[in-house]
Ligand binder design. Structure first.
Ligand SMILES: Cc1cc2nc3c(=O)[nH]c(=O)nc-3n(C[C@H](O)[C@H](O)[C@H](O)COP(=O)(O)OP(=O)(O)OC[C@H]3O[C@@H](n4cnc5c(N)ncnc54)[C@H](O)[C@@H]3O)c2cc1C
Ligand SMILES: *[C@@H]1O[C@H](CO)[C@@H](O)[C@H](O)[C@H]1NC(C)=O
Ligand SMILES: *[C@@H]1O[C@H](CO)[C@@H](O)[C@H](O)[C@H]1NC(C)=O
Ligand SMILES: *[C@@H]1O[C@H](CO)[C@@H](O)[C@H](O)[C@H]1NC(C)=O
Ligand SMILES: *[C@@H]1O[C@H](CO)[C@@H](O)[C@H](O)[C@H]1NC(C)=O
Ligand SMILES: *[C@@H]1O[C@H](CO)[C@@H](O)[C@H](O)[C@H]1NC(C)=O
Length: 491
């Protein structure tokens, strides 16, 4: 006679070799007996939670747990490791590579967006933020609870978790840094299904790894953010750029580069936004409109353009760039696009590199019928908060970059064309072929899953990769938290 434990050992052993998608019933049984809520396959919640922001990259999880507490998350991780399943936390689901779904089929997805409680301590002004909160909700609650703020990006539906764990750039970043720069601690469920806190004094290596490469180390259930007093006045502005030939563009960009590197005051935040139809300087000044005018005048005369501006408050500064979307958004969230995107970070460009990039922009990009855009963020420079943060504070690897770029190409119907990739690859190559490796990198928050794992880890993490890999080897040697570009455990 087989004993019950021997039978279940055999069952578990055969399950470990079964394909992950075949483990749905057993993982659901484990979640049920542990009291962890999960979505019924193909039910309304399942269909909602499995819908990726990037429609180009759908994946089918083995199961979707929908925890309400840290203990639920811990129990869900325990179920997955018992069955040999990979685990992927999903925050706002905005990964360009659908890494919140694992970036491949068969993961246990831990959907966090029902966990979105936010409390600001009224003595320390430290905010405790549940990890399923989206940026618009964080903005709203921090403002309500004492007019506080952290720095972050522009889209209300982006999850604070994926965003802050890998950087988080927006219209306050030159003034106030990346979202990651406001993290002071976190409660985390580790690969061995234990819960720990980390801070500068408790598990500091884990905190360092989370601050830039968080998705490879555990599931953050609560963030602790220090906050700043939100500026009461902000002024949003745009200026049209007459960048219609190579000479104008190189001249204008060179002036902008010089301003960003040396003159741009801390209160100024801006980017260049270009598409097939126009090229604009867009910004948000932390201050009133007359202060903005004084600060930007030197640049306006060298660019030969003029400003259109609107003075507003802190929330108004956010809605100036959030495309009319609902600000305080939680669940459900329904926006999707079909696209391919790439990122780049560079130091200041010399004439060779800038001319190469501009040639591609004005000849190749301007002459296709594709729906593309490029964003050039003013990331670094003498007065940038991002550049002022010590390099060893976080695993975010691009403190020296003057510019952060996003390249985006989308379709409005049908699937993304297979010949689409070469268009953006060519554009990035127009820069990198004229740069040394020490002068550029890439940003995992605009993940490009067409890169190999090795190349991705290198360009995302550069000099920090070695330390990240040994922390991974110590904390998650079996790669429970895996996606195709996750940090590899290397001793
Ligand atoms: C419309 C749009 C606008 C954007 N705007 C900006 C912008 O202005 N600035 C900017 O810097 N970026 C921007 N991004 C990029 C965005 O910051 C990243 O895609 C970010 O990673 C999304 O986080 P998420 O939680 O929504 O995504 P998810 O897909 O849920 O997660 C992204 C990654 O983080 C991991 N993760 C999620 N939650 C946790 C957790 N609790 N613990 C550990 N790991 C976790 C996931 O497993 C996955 O690997 C934008 C993206 C979109 C789609
Ligand atoms: C983590 O910190 C929070 C807030 O201080 C505390 O409530 C919790 O008990 C801590 N958890 C662990 C595992 O130390
Ligand atoms: C802007 O602020 C400055 C300094 O406080 C003040 O002198 C100026 O009058 C203000 N301008 C406007 C338009 O509010
Ligand atoms: C960074 O380095 C400085 C100087 O060596 C040190 O004092 C500090 O503790 C380090 N910070 C971290 C987070 O490792
Ligand atoms: C620009 O930098 C690249 C890479 O270092 C170099 O090959 C090129 O000669 C430089 N061009 C100019 C004009 O300095
Ligand atoms: C879980 O992993 C952490 C990090 O590697 C380790 O410090 C801890 O001892 C482990 N706990 C158990 C119960 O194995």
């Amino acid at each position: 006679m087989w004993s019950l434990t021997a039978l279940s050992a055999i069952l578990l052993a055969s399950l470990a070799t079964a394909s992950p998608l075949d483990k749905r019933e057993t993982i659901e049984e484990c979640l049920t007996s542990s009291g962890v809520p999960y979505d019924t396959k193909n039910g309304n919640d399942w269909n909602q939670d499995v819908a990726p922001f990037n429609r180009r990259l759908p994946f089918t999880p083995a199961a979707i747990a929908v925890p309400k507490t840290t203990e639920h998350v811990r129990l869900a991780v325990a179920c997955a490791t018992k069955l040999g399943l990979k685990v992927s936390p999903k925050g706002g689901g905005h990964s360009y590579a659908s890494y919140g779904l694992g970036g491949e089929n068969g993961h246990l997805v831990v959907e966090l967006d029902r966990m979105n409680k936010i409390t600001v301590d009224q003595t320390t002004y430290i905010a405790s933020v549940e990890a399923g909160s989206r940026l618009g909700h964080v903005l709203t609650e921090l403002n309500k609870q004492g007019k506080r703020a952290i720095s972050h990006g522009t889209c209300p539906g982006v999850g604070v978790a994926g965003h802050a764990l890998h950087g988080g750039f927006g219209f306050s970043s030159h003034s106030k840094g990346l979202a990651v720069d406001w993290i002071v601690g976190a409660t985390v469920v580790l690969a061995n299904a234990t819960v720990v806190n980390c801070s500068s004094t408790e598990n500091p290596d884990l905190l360092w790894a989370l601050k830039g490469a968080g998705s490879s180390y555990g599931i953050v259930t609560t963030f602790f953010f220090k906050t700043f007093a939100a500026p009461s006045q902000t002024t949003s502005f745009t200026a049209n750029l007459n960048w219609n030939n190579v000479q104008n563009t190189v001249k204008g960009w060179t002036a902008l580069q010089e301003y960003t590197a040396n003159t741009m005051p801390a209160e100024m935040n801006m980017r260049v936004f270009g598409n097939a139809y126009s090229t604009q300087l867009q910004g948000l000044y932390h201050g009133n409109s007359s202060q903005l005018q004084a600060a930007i005048q030197p640049l306006m005369s060298s660019l030969g353009t003029s400003l259109s501006s609107r003075q507003t408050d802190w929330i108004g500064g956010f809605t100036a760039y959030s495309n009319g979307q609902t600000v305080d958004v939680s669940h459900p969230y329904n926006i999707q696009e079909t696209f391919f995107s790439k990122s780049l970070t560079t130091t200041a460009l010399n004439n060779t590199a800038m001319t190469s990039a501009v040639n591609y922009w004005l000849s190749t990009a301007k002459s296709t019928s594709r729906d593309w855009y490029i964003i050039i963020d003013m990331h670094g420079g003498k007065n940038s908060y991002i550049s002022s943060v010590p390099k060893n504070e976080s695993s975010y690897a691009h403190r020296d970059a003057l510019f952060l770029y996003e390249f985006y190409d989308r379709v409005y119907s049908g699937s993304y064309p297979s010949n689409g990739f070469s268009f953006l690859n060519g554009w990035v190559n127009a820069f990198t072929s004229k740069l040394d490796a020490s002068q550029w990198g890439m940003y995992i928050n605009y993940a490009d899953p067409t890169m190999s794992r090795k190349e991705a880890q290198d360009v995302y993490y550069r000099g920090n990769l070695g330390r990240l890999q040994s922390i991974k080897a110590a904390m998650d040697p079996e790669e429970v938290f895996y996606f195709p570009q996750a940090i590899e455990p290397v001793k």
